[in-house]
Design a protein around this ligand. Structure first.
Ligand code: FES
Length: 145
């Protein structure tokens, strides 16, 4: 039911932890399942030089946040903003339908951290103009299933 990649990232998650004095921190949760993801970014000259995460949630939430950190590390802020939950699912060789919302949470955690970064820098990032970090993310589930 789970791909080898999902199992690998669940059993050996990459980039777990916190970054002190992070340039952007984002936390999102899903009220339906109660899972929470927190993402920390270190950004220098518009490049994500380090990223760490802490996820209190299901195996798929851990696997999606782990691979999402790998997908944005070394990328520009603009490229990280383009990370979609679909790309996360593809990178993991798929997720069961009822677990797709976990990947939405990973996308939202990255966006929430970038949103926090933009607020700290006093800049507006394209695509995040209407971002609401406190939004109930389970609404997105229907969009992606
Ligand atoms: Fe909700 Fe995985 S069950 S994030």
């Amino acid at each position: 039911m789970y791909s080898e990649k999902v199992m690998d990232h669940f059993m050996n998650p990459r980039n777990v932890g916190e970054i002190e004095n992070a340039d952007g921190v984002g936390q999102v949760g899903n009220v339906k399942c109660g899972d929470i993801m927190k993402m920390y970014l270190k950004i220098e000259n518009d490049i994500i030089v380090d990223v760490k995460f802490k996820t209190f949630g299901c195996g798929s939430a851990i696997a999606t946040s782990s691979i999402a950190t790998e997908m944005i590390k070394g990328k520009t802020v603009q490229d990280a903003l383009k990370l979609t939950n679909k790309a996360v699912v593809e990178a993991l060789d798929g997720l069961p339908a009822q677990k797709v919302h976990c990947s939405v949470l990973a996308e939202q955690a990255v966006k929430a951290a970038l949103f926090d970064y933009s607020k700290k820098q006093n800049i507006v990032l394209e695509g995040l103009e209407d971002f609401n970090p406190d939004e109930d993310h389970h609404d997105h589930e229907e969009d992606h299933e």
